[in-house]
Every structure is written in structure tokens, then in C-alpha cells.
Design a protein around this ligand. Structure first.
Ligand code: SAM
Length: 333
């Protein structure tokens, strides 16, 4: 059981930080219109990106400071060479109690056995539509079938929970939200509706926003939403269940109801920067310390500095895009 003494990273707002999200690559095999910036941004070079050994060293430093939970993300983490061996080593890291993965699911089907034998059971899969043509329109690729087969196979293999992340966008997938929610009746999936965050210069403008109160209203046609008691894995999601459903629905109201006061996260970018907040540009250069043979104490100091810069709140509101220098895929969504 986690006790107060396990937390060494406590920020100025008394938030206990125990969760590190790690983007292992800025590359992705999809081009989701809401994620990819409109202008061409050069990809990070091989040497810009932290090696797996470097990431594991950061994790070692982090666990000594009370980080016990890690999520591997990107970009698309499964496109990086050597990822399955890395996941295995990560899961074996002393002090980590929980390692999970976020993926777009394109490479999932054939690689699930390797993910499972690495010791990962909790996967989040992004799926913004159940329609093949719309999937192509959103992502630029005709991969819906592949992703869906991967999801079903993960379910058959016993991965749990399988969370399906849907970024709700007006005029794009708003007609499908009820169908997505309906999946939770048949499958033990956690269907999670995420408010679109207008970050930087991605293709959608604030008018595309569809906020949680409206989503809840729409999917309420399927039955009463009964609140589910929170557990330690919850993070910011508000969890509900329809009566007799196998799964759940959840909401991540990044805009309509900031959850900054509950935020327990730090983020390691693909290029080795430690960010205390997805929506602030403050970052500390861990890569420099790693590559200049910094000591464990130096790494710990970077963590502590980062925590001291964690903003109390983000300033993202529906009518004003955030000017975050950096793309979701490099920071890690
Ligand atoms: N490639 C993986 C995937 O697709 O899940 C991991 C990286 S992706 C950046 C992580 C999550 O960020 C996805 O669920 C994606 O839908 C979400 N995301 C990207 N841009 C977003 C935005 N502007 N607002 C809200 N969520 C966003």
C-alpha cells in the first residue's frame, strides 16, 4: 500500500506526483488531423531521441523519488525498434508498480503476445470512430479493420482494462458517440470520451470542441449513468457505468472542468525533456545531464526543479488555443 512517506515529489500546491508519462518516439504511423500540426515540423533525429538505456536510467532516478506508475506513449510507441524488449526491462524496474501503454492499435494484433510477455496488461487504444471511411478521413490511413481486430484480440487474450480513447469532435464523430458508448454494454471496455484540446496549430479550431456535459447528454439515451467509485489508476477520468453493462464509460473534461488540482503527472518527452505539465512550455533538460555523465543526484535535482515549476492550473479555455511549443506526439499525449 502507498503511504505518505512514499511520495518525495510534492509540488507547491501539495500535489503528490507519482506518475511519469514517457514518449519514446515522435514518429507515428497515423496522421490524426487533430494531433498533427499543419506546418511541416522536422522529425527528431536518431541522436536527439533518448536511448532505451537512458530512459531506463531516468526511470531508476524517478522511482527513487516516489514515481511508481509509468505510461509509455508517443508518437506511436509500437513503431520504435526494440520496443518490446524495452517494455520488458521497464516492467522489471525496481519500484515501479504499474506500467501501461497507449497505442493507436495499428500494430497491436500481431504484437500482443510480445506485449503480454513483457508483463503489460493495461492498454489504452485510441479509436475516434467505428466507421472505416471516417477512420481514413481522421487518420489518413485505411487501418480501421486492423485496429478493431487488435482490440478484439487483446480482449480475447485477457488484457484488462482495455480503454478506448475517443477525442470528441463536433462535425467529425459527434454522430457516433452513442454507438461508441454502446460498446460498453457488450464488452468490458472502458470507453473514454476526451475533450479536444486546441493545442498549437493542429487542424481543428475551438468550434470543433464538444464538451463533456453535451457528450453525457447524448449518450444518456442508453440509460442512467451510474458513477463508479474511483480507484488508484483513475487519473482525471470521471467514471460511469450503465446498469448491467459489462464495461464503463468515462470522461476526460480537460477544458470544461480542469482537473489540475488532481494532476499527479510529469512527462518525459522523446527528446529527453522533463515537463511538469502538458500545457505549459516549461521543461528541464534531462538529456543534457544524462549525456554529460551527470550523477544520480543531478538527475534527482532536475526532477525536483521540474516539480517546483508545475503550474497550479492550465490556461486552456475553449475559445483560446494554447500556445504550446511542441507537438503532442513528441511530448506524449
Ligand atoms: N499513438 C498513440 C495513440 O494514438 O494513442 C499515443 C500518442 S497520442 C498523442 C495519445 C493520445 O493523445 C491519443 O488518445 C490522442 O487521441 C490524444 N490526442 C492527441 N491530440 C489531442 C488533442 N489535441 N486533444 C486531445 N487529445 C489529443
Amino acid at each position: 500500500m502507498t503511504t505518505e512517506n512514499d511520495f518525495k515529489l510534492i509540488d507547491n500546491c501539495n500535489r503528490h506526483l507519482n506518475y511519469l508519462r514517457i514518449s519514446i518516439t515522435d514518429r507515428c504511423n497515423l496522421q490524426c488531423r487533430y494531433c498533427v500540426p499543419q506546418e511541416l515540423i522536422p522529425k527528431l533525429s536518431h541522436t536527439d531521441i533518448l536511448t532505451y538505456e537512458e530512459i531506463l536510467r531516468v526511470v531508476q532516478a524517478a522511482t527513487r523519488l516516489g514515481i511508481s506508475k509509468v505510461r509509455v506513449t508517443g508518437g506511436e510507441p509500437l513503431v520504435r525498434k526494440g520496443v518490446y524488449d524495452f517494455l520488458q526491462q521497464l516492467v522489471a524496474s525496481e519500484g515501479l508498480k504499474d506500467v501501461s501503454l497507449t497505442t493507436n492499435g495499428v500494430l497491436l494484433h500481431d504484437n500482443l503476445p510480445k506485449i503480454q510477455s513483457a508483463g503489460i496488461s493495461r492498454i489504452n487504444i485510441s479509436l475516434d470512430t467505428l466507421d472505416r471511411q471516417k477512420f481514413h478521413d481522421i487518420t489518413g490511413f485505411d487501418d480501421f479493420k486492423q485496429v478493431w481486430q487488435g482490440i478484439l484480440k487483446a480482449h480475447r487474450m485477457g488484457f484488462y482494462p482495455i480503454k478506448l480513447n475517443i477525442v470528441a469532435l463536433r462535425g467529425v464523430n459527434d454522430m457516433e458517440l452513442v454507438e461508441m458508448a454502446r460498446l460498453s454494454l457488450r464488452f468490458p471496455f472502458h470507453i473514454r470520451f476526451i475533450e479536444y484540446m486546441p493545442i498549437g496549430r493542429a487542424a481543428f479550431r475551438p468550434e470543433s470542441l464538444l464538451l463533456v456535459p453535451e457528450i453525457k447528454d447524448q449518450i444518456g439515451v442508453l440509460g442512467n449513468l451510474i458513477a463508479v467509485q474511483e480507484d488508484r489508476h483513475d487519473g482525471p477520468a470521471q467514471r460511469y457505468r450503465y446498469p448491467d453493462a459489462k464495461g464503463e464509460v468515462g470522461f476526460i473534461p480537460a477544458i470544461s472542468q480542469h482537473f489540475c488540482n488532481k494532476c499527479n503527472r510529469l512527462r518525459l518527452t522523446a527528446s529527453g525533456q522533463l515537463r511538469p505539465c502538458l500545457l505549459s512550455d516549461h521543461q528541464e533538460d534531462l538529456k543534457k545531464v544524462l549525456r554529460e555523465n551527470g550523477s544520480d543526484r543531478d538527475l534527482a535535482d532536475i526532477f525536483i526543479r521540474s516539480v517546483n515549476h508545475k503550474p497550479s492550473d492550465h490556461n486552456l479555455v475553449s475559445q483560446k488555443p494554447a500556445h504550446v511549443c511542441g507537438q503532442m506526439r513528441a511530448i506524449g499525449g
